[in-house]
Write a protein that binds this ligand. Structure first.
Ligand SMILES: NC(=O)c1ccc[n+]([C@@H]2O[C@H](COP(=O)([O-])OP(=O)(O)OC[C@H]3O[C@@H](n4cnc5c(N)ncnc54)[C@H](OP(=O)(O)O)[C@@H]3O)[C@@H](O)[C@H]2O)c1
Length: 319
């Protein structure tokens, strides 16, 4: 598998910070029409970043009320995916899962039929490998398609600091890179279509294992009557620690489950990892075990809470 950071002359630009970008970079976005389908925790900050950069942004969301804050920032609101797509040169989907994306693109008033043939559909939702290839197939012959899930939650999305994991037609790279430069701190480009989603699946499998490992480690520390704060401090200053896991560990200790990355999304992504592994006849016993626990936490009401709420079902007493 090969990957590149940026493409050609875009490499330097991708690696520059937002503050370092010149006004000439910004004017290149001038009023280019972009549609964003989905204004949830990720779609809304993505739309805001594009508005800040000077794109003409039209948003659509199934629940229209959730688009309100964006109109104040200059976004147009469309009544259907097709209406959002009508003038778009680029269309971003940022919806929950593959079924939601497919319905917005090909359902009643779907966006796909309304897009111009030279438009590019940038699929940024985390939908896994199988759905990505299916969506790419729907786009084939109709519009350009780029698979581009992101790593980073709503905070990085707001600051334009996502990691964009992109794959698709190499001929589209230079076209879409200016958008990715506004949304992300870095773009990893992959040659094989679907590798953006494959890579995202791998990263989020690691995230799941880290979070569950932290939850169980803190449960063990509690059962042994050790100070969990000291455990976290010790991990933080040692190569054993991971900044992400220790941050989640502190949230677990404080029982602060304000959503950063909701448990329902983390569970969905763990299930996508299991499905990808299954296609390769590979077992992921850790992921399989943690998903059973996380399903319990979701059933107990933690679906919208941060993934740190996995701690609520870690360390059950042995039956
Ligand atoms: N949150 C994160 O930290 C994060 C980080 C990286 C990647 N992601 C991924 O990014 C994607 C979006 O995440 P998010 O956090 O923005 O989710 P979210 O806040 O729950 O928003 C989900 C969006 O999908 C829409 N939607 C759901 N089902 C739909 C359907 N059947 N038809 C049409 N629209 C539907 C929702 O519309 P309504 O408003 O009408 O419900 C909303 O616009 C997910 O794939 C997620 O895994 C999330």
């Amino acid at each position: 598998m090969t990957h590149r950071t940026g493409a050609g002359t875009e490499r330097t630009r991708t690696e520059r910070t937002r503050a370092e970008r010149t006004s000439a970079d910004r004017t290149s976005a001038d009023r280019t029409p972009v549609a964003v389908l989905g204004t949830g925790a990720m779609g809304a900050p993505i739309a805001r970043s594009l508005l800040r950069a000077g794109f003409e942004v039209t948003v659509w969301n199934r629940t229209r009320q959730k688009t309100g804050a964006l109109t104040g920032r200059g976004a147009k609101v469309a009544g259907s995916p097709a209406a959002a797509a009508a003038r778009a040169e680029y269309l971003i989907t940022m919806l929950t899962d593959g079924a939601a994306v497919e319905s917005a693109m090909t359902g009643a008033d779907g966006a796909l039929a309304a897009l111009a043939p030279d438009a590019v559909w940038i699929q940024m939702s985390t939908v896994g490998v199988t759905a990505t290839l299916r969506l790419a197939e729907l786009a084939r012959g109709a519009v350009g398609f780029v698979d581009a899930p992101v790593s980073g939650s709503s905070g990085p999305a707001d600051r334009g600091q996502l990691l964009v994991l992109a794959s698709g037609d190499p001929g589209l790279r230079l076209r879409v890179q200016p958008l990715f430069d506004e949304l992300g701190r870095r773009t990893l480009w992959f040659d094989r279509l679907g590798d953006g989603s494959r890579f995202k699946t791998v990263l989020n499998n690691w995230l799941a294992v880290l979070v569950e490992g932290m939850a169980e480690t803190l449960s063990l520390a509690g059962a042994l009557r050790l100070d969990p704060g000291l455990v976290l401090d010790t991990l933080a200053e040692s190569p054993l620690g991971s900044a992400y896991a220790t941050a989640k560990g502190r949230a677990m200790v404080e029982r602060d489950f304000a959503p950063g990355f909701p448990l329902r999304h983390a569970g969905k992504d763990a299930a996508l990892a299991l499905s990808a592994a299954d296609h390769r006849e590979l077992e992921l016993p850790l992921t399989e075990a943690l998903l059973k626990r996380w399903d319990e936490a979701i059933s107990a009401g933690h679906a919208e809470d941060d993934v740190a709420s996995a701690v609520t079902v870690a360390g059950h007493p042995r039956p």
